[in-house]
Design a protein around this ligand. Structure first.
Ligand code: MOS
Length: 732
């Protein structure tokens, strides 16, 4: 029955086991960070700045301090330099934002933590925070967004590259398009809020915090506190949504650890949703200039993409996605550039497909504009420019199923019935438009370690400090061990999300399965070898174990992807940011591919935009569990539709505040916004990409989806919208 749900996955991989931790979750036994009950807990509440730039003149905290149940109030006056500076995660450090709250009186952006109230109950801490009066001085208007006059543009010369002669080829080409595209700031809004609980037992600290990288929190926090990392344990067995915002250490953790040390009792913080908008990473707004030129038969002759990405004053952060978008289609003349724009905001950062949402939105929209200018089918334009080698450096793709994905999705969608003329597919009052776009995501992988124990009673235990974000990591790891050792999946238990376990990388960049599956396989294979059943049927392992008279056999294994040196497993143990072997390999490039087809309906009078139907097809190497992968892809597609129509943070330019920092005002799609969503898994075998043959799917499904919607809106209306989100007022 379960297999019948995923007929399209047959041949593409493993069995669609349901979620391994489903019972824990639906019975409420799964303990998320804020659920941990620690005896004697004091509760913390943050007070955050209400100006966009300036400094604190004075706090009046008498009324707050007098509230019964208030234990202490900490500000820069108490903490000053107690949190030591730690470098930015992109510069070999740990923190997602180097701005240290409560270090000085300065306020760098709206929503910066300026006081921490500690009380016997959460409600008391919150009430007391509301009773603190803050006087500010030197208040200045902030550069609130990427278009602000006072924002400072910084070209990143290291990210500027060319092949051929773009300018000459562009000038001479018979067909050209040139356009600017923009994407807005967006915030994760994961269901689980940013919680942190800290408990000291003597000089040992335990941190309960939702994390995509427990070893990063451990080692970064040790530097912030100036203590031996061996004294810190970080525990995060479940994460209620982590899309990058729980990827790297934020400054809140050190504040709570210090508060717990001062009080000599555990301290618990659950930041509000609004505070989460400035306490952790988000997707910053971007701008892109794309120029494409082609011959009359659609061959690309020149391709340039220049990106601008907003960053903070504290940190230079650039994802530099033109590096990716200019290597995906054959073209002899290419130019790419990236700039950052520094503004008075918190440091942005990882949010699902951080480079791969905005940059491909621009490229895949521009390709549709080019197809229209050429009077060519947009699928055929991709086919004409498909390539087995990247145009930079000529390295081959390990596998590339872009056109099989376009063909599978276009068949399922019924693309052949499309009439190309914009506005030609009307249905009553609704203008119907069909659009498509490519999806692609680099296949990163990182070193990882796992420990597997096989007991004589047939039970298997798998352990690694990786993370369950809801994507199915428990299931994937159990499944790989069960298959490798020849035991039923029910016999496997999995431990993860704990720095006491073998080290694993950040669960980001879609590296999870590509990194962990090889590690679990290697540990299982070591067990089989020890039992002398290497290469023999795995069921012999249990017989061999019984014959040996041992109660159990346990093996630890470290694996590292192609191109990664042995030393980096040590870096992994230290929680280094990117121990990953990436896409930049000397002999090849690796990407997963996909294709989106969507139908939009635009009301002829109100201009309301609806998306009743979306079909995606994706190829991502071996699919370990088609049910989990299908969920990831459908979720990604819906996230992409959200980017197209809903997802945007509204900024008040006067003070840099976020005006919709709550779930009532921040638009995310609800069921009524989403019609049919079909995700097809296209079989693909790639033996080179890694030992497991797995490419990541966590981010792939969202890439390109918004461009497909914008392209469909053009087909429906003849109006080209180049700024996300697409809104009805843009069509009036
Ligand atoms: Mo994702 S932005 O790599 O957590």
């Amino acid at each position: 029955m379960a297999d019948a749900l995923f007929p399209q996955a047959s041949g593409a991989g493993g069995r669609p086991f349901p979620r391994h931790e489903a019972r824990e979750k639906v019975t409420g036994r799964a303990s998320f960070a804020a659920d941990m009950r620690l005896a004697g807990t004091a509760y913390a509440f943050l007070l955050t700045s209400r100006i966009g730039r300036g400094a604190i003149a004075a706090f009046d905290r008498a009324e707050a301090a007098a509230l019964p149940g208030v234990i202490d109030i900490l500000t820069f006056e108490e903490l000053a330099d107690e949190v030591r500076p730690v470098p930015f995660v992109f510069e070999g450090g740990y923190v997602a934002d180097t701005l240290r709250p409560m270090a000085t009186a300065d306020v760098a952006h709206w929503g910066q933590p300026i006081a921490l109230v500690l009380a016997e109950r959460e409600e008391i801490a919150r009430e007391a925070a509301g009773l603190i009066t803050v006087a500010y001085r030197d208040v200045k208007p902030p550069a609130a967004d990427i278009d602000a006059d006072a924002a400072e543009t910084l070209p990143l010369e290291s990210l500027e590259e060319s092949v051929g002669d773009f300018a000459a080829a562009f000038a001479d080409a018979p067909v050209r398009i040139e356009a600017r595209y923009t994407t807005p700031p967006q915030h994760h809004n994961a269901m689980e809020l940013l919680a942190t609980q800290c408990r000291w037992d003597g000089d040992r600290l335990t941190v309960y915090e939702p994390s995509q990288y427990v070893n990063n929190v451990k080692h970064g926090l040790a530097q912030q506190l100036g203590i031996d990392p061996a004294r810190i344990r970080v525990v995060s067995p479940y994460v209620g949504g982590g899309f990058g915002g729980k990827g790297f250490l934020t400054q809140r953790t050190a504040l709570i650890a210090i508060a717990a040390r001062r009080l000599g009792r555990p301290v618990k913080l659950v930041a509000t949703r609004e505070q989460g908008f400035t306490l952790s990473t988000y997707r910053a707004e971007t701008r892109h200039d794309v120029r494409l030129a082609a011959s009359r038969n659609g061959r690309l002759l020149a391709h340039a993409q220049e990106g601008w990405e907003l960053t903070s004053r504290a940190d230079v952060l650039a994802f530099g996605g033109s590096e990716m978008t200019t290597r995906l289609y054959a073209c002899p003349n290419i130019h790419r550039r990236v700039n950052v724009v520094r503004a008075d905001r918190s440091t942005p950062g990882f949010m699902r497909a951080p480079a791969e949402m905005p940059y491909p939105f621009a490229l895949e929209s521009a390709l549709d504009e080019l197809a229209h200018a050429l009077n060519m089918d947009p699928v055929e334009l991709r086919r004409v420019n498909d390539t087995e080698v990247e145009p930079f450096g000529g390295r081959p793709y390990t596998s590339r199923s872009l056109m099989p994905c376009f063909d599978a999705a276009s068949d399922a969608f019924g693309w052949r019935d499309r009439t190309p003329e914009p506005g030609s597919m009307r249905d009553g009052d609704w203008l119907v438009g069909w659009g498509c776009a490519a999806a692609f995501y680099p296949t990163y992988a990182a070193d990882a370690a796992a420990r597997v124990r096989l007991s004589a009673d047939g039970r298997v235990h798998v352990a690694s400090a990786t993370h369950e974000l809801g994507q199915g990591n428990y299931t994937m790891m159990a499944q790989v061990a069960a298959e490798r050792l020849g035991v039923p999946i029910e016999a496997v238990t999995v431990s993860l999300g704990d720095t006491d376990l073998p080290p694993a990388p950040v669960t980001g960049g879609s590296v999870g399965a590509a990194s962990l599956a090889p590690a679990v396989m290697a540990a299982c294979d070591a067990i089989l070898r020890r039992l002398g059943s290497d290469g023999a049927p795995a069921s012999d392992a249990l017989a061999a174990l019984a014959a040996s008279g041992q109660g159990a056999v346990e093996e630890y294994a470290e694996t590292r992807p192609h191109g990664v040196t042995p030393e980096t497993i040590g870096a992994l143990s230290r929680g280094a940011a990117f121990p990953a072997g990436g896409v930049h390999l000397p002999d090849r490039v690796q990407f997963a591919f996909g294709a989106h087809f969507v139908e939009v309906r635009v009301h002829s009078r109100t201009r309301e935009i609806r998306v009743p139907r979306a079909v995606g097809a994706f190829a991502a190497g071996r699919i370990i569990n088609p049910r989990m992968v299908h969920s990831q892809l459908v979720g990604g597609m819906i996230w992409g539709l959200a980017s197209a129509l809903h997802d945007a943070t509204e900024i008040d330019g006067r003070n840099g505040s976020y005006m919709n920092a709550n779930l009532a005002d921040y638009l995310v799609p609800v069921n009524a916004d989403i019609g049919e969503v079909e995700a097809i898994l296209v079989p693909e075998e790639d033996r080179r990409v890694n030992a497991a043959g797995v490419k990541g799917v966590g981010e792939l499904g969202t890439v390109g989806a918004a461009a497909a919607v914008a392209n469909a809106v053009h087909h429906a209306t003849g109006t080209r919208l180049r700024s996300l989100p697409l809104r009805l007022e843009h069509l009036l």
